[in-house]
Design a protein around this ligand. Structure first.
Ligand SMILES: [Zn+2]
Length: 464
């Protein structure tokens, strides 16, 4: 399929004195109705100006597109909102495949946390750059991330052109400085990269951050208008151990420390109990949950109770977690796995239809990370974060049900073009902002020093 770009020289029926920056014609656009349900608009034209979507209309050959700097003929392609990775640790791509076939305790204590004690700022920046390249290639336009040395991740976001919500992770073992660094990062980087960077406070988890620190974090979130991004109730064992040690579940810890009364993004929640659902309903903050099903399958965990959370109005967004547990940052794969594992978990083939899965991949993910006003839908006023997908491959033809084709047949390699804030970051699978061979070569040369565990140190000890 040809996909030429050419300057527009059309006579615009509307406002010829205010040309667009980018016009995309001839595609089928995934749109949402006023109830948030998924629909498809054939022969759509999207007009983008100043990084935002101005109009999404159904065109025909008699209506020429407006004058524009860049025109993409996307005939035969599908436009959908860019995918959102609601919970990851981008630099962990450096540890992809390092710790396999292990229970979580050994995964952390024997492999991941010893290696993470070697990380340098350059390792983190190279990992983040490689992760950004992987996400752009997979049609991901925004991600929520917590890790160490987040200034390096912010630099990668700025360079790559992606959008991100970033939080500097901390443990109580670091003393008050951990929390202070997290606040300092969040205040310094908020609004950076022309507004593409938003920030969060990022206590690691209730089992590594004590109640006093969590309460102080909730106070800081309220004082500075910052959201909080935290791992909690990651699996059923953590919930059981929290009840045995403290008499409360991890979700009840978030409640009693005030974190459910500020804007909070909870990673995983596969250990959320029925009793926790009632606790979550009492929270007065904007609560979102991120689900990353591939890692749960690998660790032999249950999955996030998406149906129960949706029933109480909590948005569940799609995620990959870090590549050390998930092996890819492929949110398309998370969408497919969420559709499949949710059916299995509920023993119900009628639950988590392809359209429901697409809703989680779009508007629900945007809500989960607190950006529902800005992204998650192809609609006037939203930022122009979108992808173009080629469905002409043999694995996606013929098409009876476009939603089913997208969720169950298509894959991230079918994404041809990735656009963030109206800027083209990948066109016909060629990356415009990042050089993968160069990044991968420098990172690979650093692996012997990075993976050395002979020192016996760890950044933490996993003991819930
Ligand atoms: Zn995580």
């Amino acid at each position: 399929m040809t996909d030429p770009t050419e300057p527009g020289d059309f006579t615009e029926p509307g406002d010829p004195t205010n040309p667009a920056d980018l016009v995309i014609t001839g595609c089928t656009a995934l749109v949402h109705d006023p109830h948030g349900d998924i629909g498809f608009l054939d022969n759509a034209t999207l007009v983008i100006r100043d990084g935002a979507i101005v109009t999404v209309t159904q065109g025909n050959a008699a209506t020429p597109p407006p004058p524009t700097t860049e025109l993409i003929h996307a005939d035969g392609q599908l436009a959908l909102p860019g995918l959102i990775n609601c919970h990851t640790h981008a630099p962990m791509v450096a540890l992809r495949g390092l710790a396999e076939d292990l229970p979580i305790e050994q995964w952390f204590n024997a492999r991941i946390w010893p290696v993470e004690s070697n990380l340098t700022d350059r390792d983190i920046e190279l990992g983040a750059l490689l992760a950004c390249a992987e996400m752009i290639s997979a049609g991901v336009t925004a991600f929520a991330d917590t890790y160490f040395a987040m200034d390096q991740v912010a630099a990668a976001v700025r360079h790559s052109g992606l959008r991100a919500n970033l939080g500097q992770a901390y443990f109580s073992s670091q003393g008050p400085e951990g929390r202070e660094r997290s606040l300092d990062f969040a205040l310094r980087q908020r609004g950076a990269a022309n507004g593409r960077i938003t920030t969060s406070l990022a206590p690691h988890a209730p089992y590594t951050v004590d109640d006093a620190d969590l309460t102080a974090t909730a106070d800081l979130a309220r004082e500075h208008g910052l959201p909080v991004h935290i791992h909690a109730a990651e699996n059923k064992d953590q919930t059981a151990s929290s009840v045995a040690r403290h008499g409360v579940t991890p979700i009840e810890i978030l409640h009693r420390t005030g974190l459910l009364d500020v804007d909070v993004l909870i990673a995983h929640g596969t250990g959320i109990t029925d009793q926790d659902l009632a606790v979550l309903r009492q929270g007065s903050g904007r609560i979102g949950v991120a689900t990353a099903p591939k890692g749960y399958l690998k660790f032999a965990w249950d999955t996030t109770p998406v149906r129960a959370l949706s029933a109480i109005g909590i948005p569940v967004g799609l995620a990959t977690d870090g590549a050390a547990s998930n092996n890819t940052l492929d949110v398309w794969e998370s969408m497919t796995l969420t559709a499949l594992t949710q059916k299995a978990a509920e023993h119900d083939p009628t639950w988590m239809t392809a359209r429901q899965a697409l809703r989680h991949a779009t508007t629900e993910s945007a809500r989960a990370i607190g950006l529902s006003e800005a992204i998650g839908a192809l609609a006037p006023g939203r930022r122009a974060d979108l992808i173009l997908v080629d469905l002409t491959g043999p694995h996606t033809q013929p098409i009876h049900d476009l939603a089913a084709t997208l969720v169950l047949s298509a894959r991230s390699a079918d994404v041809r073009t990735t656009i963030v804030d109206g800027k083209v970051l990948m066109r016909d699978r060629r990356l415009h902002t990042l050089d993968v061979p160069e990044i991968a070569a420098e990172l690979t040369a650093r692996l012997p020093a990075l993976t050395d565990r002979s020192h016996g140190r760890r950044v933490q000890h996993y003991d819930t």
